[in-house]
Design a binder for this molecule. Structure first.
Ligand code: ADP
Ligand code: ADP
Length: 234
């Protein structure tokens, strides 16, 4: 089943002579419970694509369907629900609140979703366990490495049980080994919980983990292929 679909998606920044086309004519399909990698050089449109399918920004042209519903047709309340409950977001920067502990960072979005403090705490600890940081629950960001902070960000992204996880360059600031560990956590979430994962990178290591690869260049989808059919050598 298809969970995200884009039709003739276009994103233009600026007008006339000064216009930049960050995306053009992007038709794409993401299936439920798959792990898809979005690959492409810096400036190719990956972040823009994420902002579109994450309903964080509107296209200049074209449509985005999530669960076959056109995002442009959603009310403000439905859009807020989509962003808070249906989609989890992970970015290059971890965006943790620096005066809060790991557990507090993970439980913040649950308070907004109306979860009781006791349930939030239990679920927060369970998610810190999932990312291998249960013993660091009371550490603040400054006491953690980049990889640990990204793991807290992953736990936070999962707290309202999203069905889609969007990870935009999650390993960009990490060394090889730490980055690989982050990708393995995303793989575990995908395989064990059936969460659809869309992860961008310019790092070919990711190709060992995903099901399909979407290659983006100059704002267009160059090709989409199954990992098992990969033509390039890793
Ligand atoms: P990537 O994530 O692959 O590095 P981006 O989606 O960030 O690519 O950018 C695609 C293109 O759109 C680039 O040329 C970038 O400079 C341009 N771009 C992105 N965001 C903006 C913006 N807010 N205003 C103007 N140009 C932008
Ligand atoms: P990345 O390469 O990691 O995707 P960028 O450095 O391209 O990130 O972009 C970081 C932020 O700056 C994004 O939110 C993007 O939309 C914005 N941005 C990128 N290029 C431009 C630009 N030419 N003008 C204004 N904003 C931009």
């Amino acid at each position: 089943a298809v969970i995200i679909r884009t039709l003739d998606l276009e994103k233009r920044y600026g007008e006339g002579e000064a216009a930049t086309y960050a995306l053009r004519g992007v038709d794409s399909t993401i299936h439920r419970s798959e792990f898809i990698a979005v690959m492409g050089p810096s400036g190719s449109g990956k972040s823009t694509y994420f902002n579109m399918i994450g309903a964080l920004d509107s296209p200049s042209k074209g449509r985005i369907l999530i669960d076959e519903v056109d995002v442009a047709q959603l009310s403000a309340t439905e859009l807020a629900f989509l962003r808070c409950r249906k989609i989890g977001y992970i970015f290059q920067q971890y965006n943790l609140i620096r005066y809060m502990t790991a557990l507090e960072n993970v439980t913040v979005p649950m308070a907004f979703a109306g979860v009781t403090p006791e349930d939030a705490r239990a679920r927060g600890m369970e998610l810190l366990g999932l990312v291998g940081l249960a013993d660091r629950w009371d550490h603040r960001p400054i006491e953690m490495s980049g990889g640990q902070q990204q793991r807290v960000a992953i736990a936070r992204s999962m707290c309202n049980k999203p069905r889609i996880l969007l990870a935009d360059e999650p390993t960009a600031n990490l060394d090889l080994k730490t980055g690989q560990a982050i990708l393995e956590i995303l793989q575990k979430i995908n395989k064990e919980r059936g969460v659809t994962v869309v992860c961008s990178t310019h790092d070919h290591r990711l190709l060992n983990i995903c099901d399909r690869i979407m290659w983006i260049r100059d704002g267009r989808v160059e090709r989409v292929e199954e990992r098992k059919d990969l033509t390039i050598k890793l």
